[in-house]
Design a protein around this ligand. Structure first.
Ligand code: CAA
Length: 270
């Protein structure tokens, strides 16, 4: 399946590709390599359409997100932004936020395979994913202040939640670029794969997740995401409720029976 970018005349053609290389796993590729996959309205619309289609797919278990060519995503489209009025910029930021919110809200886990530059809106895209792996040549950063701007797709908020307020402040205030190993030390990514192998690395993790109890994986993600924004007692109540509800599922019965019978569980999303 591939999704056309309805508005992206500058980028032209298909800017977001969705492939299903293996059962239950979707690979979404931002593909505008001549502009290092910069996000304009058309790319955001195509990404949103892809996310909405994935959200409706009950057979889906995990999503891997990556970029075509030498970048993951080098940010929002600077050429496009240079002509925006404040009103257009607000609409652009709202579109970016809605798209990343939809990505974050996918009930299945999302894995960013950061294959190169991951800057500005690209870094913000990785922050909306559950897990992030980087290639050795990846570069992370929120360089907006160099342009006289600030992050506009959630970077001032999600970055601090992921790596802590002081580390986030240093990156956002200096705009400096971070190499893959430092990104790992900061918590921007979980691990570093050799150049050219990060999608394979992410696929291996996706495969592991896809083999687990599907309802359990979805609920674990949902409960963790809801819990982060709630007081601990409320968050723990979410967990107890979800834990108990799983005992109503055939997959939990199958998973525990398989353990007792010393065999591989056969989950059927029931
Ligand atoms: N927007 C539009 N075009 C971009 C782009 C962007 N964010 N990043 C790169 N490109 C384009 C370049 O203009 C260039 O196009 P041409 O060949 O037509 O000149 C092409 O991609 C290749 O880029 P470079 O020649 O610059 O490649 P490089 O290897 O020399 O440098 C780079 C790579 C360091 C990433 C450099 O391109 C760069 O600094 N890009 C901008 C990064 C940036 O500032 N990102 C933040 C954008 S603001 C934002 O994202 C706001 C927000 O939060 C919503």
């Amino acid at each position: 399946m591939s999704v056309d970018a309805p508005e992206s005349e500058k980028s032209g053609g298909e800017t977001v590709l969705v492939e299903r290389p293996e059962s239950g796993i979707a690979v979404v590729t931002i593909s505008r390599p001549d502009a290092l996959n910069a996000l304009d309205e058309g790319v955001l619309d195509a990404l949103r359409a892809a996310i909405d289609a994935l959200a409706a797919d009950e057979s889906l278990r995990c999503v891997v997100l990556t970029g075509a060519g030498k970048a993951f995503v080098a940010g929002a489209d600077i050429g496009r932004m240079s002509t925006m009025s404040p009103r257009e910029a607000r609409a652009f930021a709202e579109k970016g936020h809605r798209t990343l919110d939809a990505l974050e809200a996918l009930s299945v886990p999302t894995i960013a395979a950061v294959n190169g530059y991951c800057l500005g809106g690209g870094c913000e895209l990785s922050l909306a994913c559950d897990l992030v792996y980087a290639a050795a040549n990846a570069r992370f950063g929120q360089p907006e202040v160099k342009l006289g701007l600030i992050p506009g797709f959630g970077g001032t908020q999600r970055l601090a939640r992921r790596i802590g307020p002081m580390r986030a402040a240093e990156l956002v205030l200096t705009g400096r670029m971070v190499k893959a190993e430092e990104a790992k030390a900061l918590g921007l990514c979980l691990d570093v794969a050799p150049k050219g192998q990060v999608v394979d690395h992410a696929m291996a993790v996706a495969r592991t997740i896809a083999a687990m109890g599907p309802g359990a994986v979805r609920l674990a993600k949902t409960v963790m995401a809801r819990g982060v924004e709630a007081p601990l007692a409320t968050a723990n109540a979410y967990e107890r409720e979800a834990f108990a509800n799983l005992f109503d599922t055939a997959d939990a019965a199958e998973g525990m029976a398989a353990f007792a019978e010393k065999r591989q569980a056969r989950f059927e999303n029931r």
